[in-house]
Design a protein around this ligand. Structure first.
Ligand code: HEM
Length: 135
């Protein structure tokens, strides 16, 4: 069992092998030639075809393949993928929330009111108490 260096292919090169008669898969950075396995694949050949020409890691993992399935992969291993040629997965970015301040009241006035209104209410309460007491 030698760790012999396998050839590195680009995704474009791998994509040329996307038919029933010639089928390569990219799974976890490795390239597998599953041409001879197509008919024997328990999941069917169509599903393998649909995973060609791209990084099929998520497809493969998504099925939850058994360790038996994973052990079979060695014999199909033909090379490694140049990861730089695989398009980056689009990350989900939450849409930016619009900033609603439609009356255009400047922020500092709001801050000022938030400070002054409670003081005013307290003063009012104190005033009412003062006048009702003295009567
Ligand atoms: C070298 C690559 C692959 C090998 C050796 C392989 C092998 C196997 C094996 C042995 C099974 C039987 C169930 C198990 O043992 O887990 C299986 C089932 C299956 N595989 Fe794969 N597979 C490969 C790639 C893929 C890919 C890329 C897909 C794409 C989605 C796929 C889809 C499926 C499906 C749908 C099943 C059927 C699961 C079921 O009926 O429960 N396989 N595969």
């Amino acid at each position: 069992m030698g760790e012999d260096a396998k050839k590195v292919f680009t995704l474009a090169e791998v994509s040329k092998h996307s038919s029933l008669k010639d089928c390569w898969l990219v799974i976890e950075g490795k390239i597998y030639d599953v041409t001879g396995f197509m008919e024997d694949h328990p999941g069917g050949e169509e599903v393998l075809l649909s995973s060609t020409g791209k990084d099929a890691t998520d497809d493969f993992e998504g099925i939850g393949h058994s360790s038996t399935a994973k052990a079979m992969m060695d014999e199909f291993y033909v090379g490694d993928i140049d990861m730089a040629t695989i398009p980056k997965k689009r990350k989900y970015t939450p849409p930016k929330q619009p900033y609603y301040n439609q009356d255009k009241t400047p922020d500092f006035i709001i801050k000022l009111l938030q400070f002054l209104v409670p003081i005013f209410v307290l003063g009012l309460a104190a005033g009412i108490r003062f006048y009702t007491k003295s009567q």
